[in-house]
Design a binder for this molecule. Sequence first.
Ligand code: CO
Length: 217
Amino acid sequence: MSSHQDKITYESLLEGNKIWVAETLKADPTFFDELSAGQAPPILWIGCSDSRVPANQITNTMPGDIFVHRNIANVVTHTDMNLLSVLDYSVNVLKVKHIIVCGHYGCGGVNAALGTKQVGLIDNWLRNIKDVYRTHEREMGTIKDPARRSDRLVELNAIEGANNVMNTSIVQNAWASGQELAVHAWVYSLKTGLIKDMEVSASSADGLPDVFKMETE
Ligand code: CO
């Protein structure tokens, strides 16, 4: 760990906040007046909790631009009330136009899911990623290099996360009502800072597997 993190204290965060406010107001004196009036972010971001993958910084965006949900290994599972609440609110109230599931190479959660070691309670959470592996067992079985196995499972986990978003009644009802909404899967590289678009975007239910297609009103 770098010495930069050693210097971070409870007090330094509050000090940093004051500096940020001063610099922000210098650049735009009405910044907080406008933001405090309400939010209308066009993007919902579902990402990993990893401290190195902050949605705003890596996309050069500002407060107010992205509605964010993060959990360990950007898992999208249909029994997660937290995620479903964020999804419902962002689609039906905020009317976001894009939902991005963003994984990242070198994800500790994905690597743990590739292994057999017990970590603790989180094993049950990471079990969702083992299901992604099982869904793509044939492809994963052909990859022998450990680093490439990890990278590919990161990609497949982001793709399956986006698929799980598309399969929800929330997104399918939005599509059926003609709402403009696209779902994407991305993967961020910690080594280069660059994002790879997995190009599996969908903006209608047409491509969904039949078993996930729902009758909509
Ligand atoms: Co991660």
